[in-house]
Unconditional design. Structure first.
Length: 387
């Protein structure tokens, strides 16, 4: 914004000397210095700061006036609708993910100030599960990495954490067995989901030709195997516990590269030698938010079910017929062998709708009559893909 001209003081009964006229003329013909830019930015910063704090105060007031702190501080559908609206109204030049980050951080900071939340996730930091936890809960939440999926469930079950974040399925590799296994062992609910587009990158501190070992966790290497065989035939593929561990090795070990996220590249000071090296460009991982409280219906929900039926001909067909009869759309089904001497399978089923919806409730009642064991693992808002 151009600065306003400064009015000159009137001079009574005097004429400016020729040298002064010359100087004045020279100054007026010279281009204006951008003196107003810094002051304009400072003014805008002040306005932004006031608005952020007004937004924070309004959010805190809403939370504090709600007798149910849990629903007041955890409303995934409202959060998703807000961020979607912000993205649609964003005129730029900031990209949508940057704007999402600003609003997510405001919500996270306020909620954590009013009622601190502990969230445990499959670590370490800067893994894709960490990214999913940040996407849902923000960086101001107390995010606690643990080493195994079982440890995430155990921390929530013991009351040491309010929520847990674990991967449940990937569009390339399918089900996450450790997650499904823990649902058979502990009475926790799915209270939300995040569907994150997974983009893998080749990271390193040397050129691609100098890399002779590529580290990553097994799933990441599997999702990039074709690209690696074509572009890094000289490199040995070595499995480690996480993409973050792989990035650390690429930083510290000569001749090492890693398959990991952009965030890991920034954190560990690595170059992105090749981006988006996943074989499936629609590579999506669905993460489950686990807790011990139900989420109310929103009209755009998913219900997850654990089902064990008798080991006899037609048993599964009879169970699935209930969904067809009540016009319930199935979105996912996985079988999981029973542990121990008993033969048969447990089925994990996702369907559209909420357990409180009339036709879903009717279907669940019919399944319960057919089942040896049936548990509703949770009804929660369906998420859209991010990234």
């Amino acid at each position: 914004m151009a600065s306003k001209p400064v009015p000159k003081k009137p001079v009574k009964n005097s004429v400016a000397p020729a040298s002064a006229k010359s100087a004045t003329s020279s100054a007026s013909s010279a281009p204006l210095a951008p003196a107003g830019s810094a002051s304009e930015i400072a003014r805008l910063d002040g306005e932004i700061l006031k608005l952020i704090n007004r937004r924070a105060a309004a959010t805190a007031k809403v939370i504090e006036s709600d007798p149910n702190w849990w629903s007041a501080t955890y409303d995934p559908r409202a959060d998703d609708d807000l961020l979607k609206r912000i993205e649609s109204e964003n005129p730029g030049p900031l990209p949508s993910d940057a704007v999402r980050g600003v609003f997510r951080q405001i919500l996270s900071a306020v909620r954590n100030r009013v009622r601190p939340r502990r969230v445990t996730y499959l670590g370490p930091a800067f893994s894709f599960t960490h990214m999913a936890a940040v996407e849902r809960f923000g960086e101001s939440s107390d995010l606690i990495p643990v080493n195994t999926i079982a440890a995430v469930f155990e921390e929530v079950n013991r009351g040491h954490a309010d929520f847990g974040v674990v991967p449940i399925e990937n569009s390339t590799d399918g089900r996450i067995i450790d997650t499904l296994d823990m649902f058979t062992r502990l009475p926790l609910r799915i209270c939300g989901e995040i569907q994150l587009c997974i983009h893998h990158n080749l990271l390193g501190k040397v050129s691609r030709g100098e890399i002779n070992e590529v580290y990553s966790k097994p799933q990441a290497l599997s999702q990039c195997r074709d690209w690696l065989s074509r572009n890094m035939p000289q490199a040995r593929l070595i499995e480690v516990t996480s993409t973050s561990t792989a990035a650390q090795l690429a930083r510290d070990k000569p001749g090492a590269g890693a398959i990991a996220s952009r965030q890991a590249a920034v954190e560990y000071g690595l170059q992105i030698l090749a981006d988006s090296v996943e074989d499936n460009k629609n590579n999506v991982t669905r993460f489950a938010m686990i807790g011990d409280k139900p989420v109310g219906p929103t009209g755009r929900d998913r219900t997850s079910i654990l089902l064990q039926i008798g080991d006899k001909p037609g048993a599964l067909s009879d169970a699935l017929a209930s969904f067809k009869l009540n016009k319930i759309n199935l979105t996912w089904i996985e079988s999981f062998p029973l542990r121990g001497a008993e033969s048969g399978y447990i089925f994990f089923i996702d369907c559209e709708g909420h357990a409180k919806d009339a036709k879903v409730k009717r279907t669940l009642d019919e399944l319960a009559r057919l089942a040896v064991r049936m548990e509703v693992l949770g009804s929660y808002p369906r998420s859209e893909m991010i990234g």
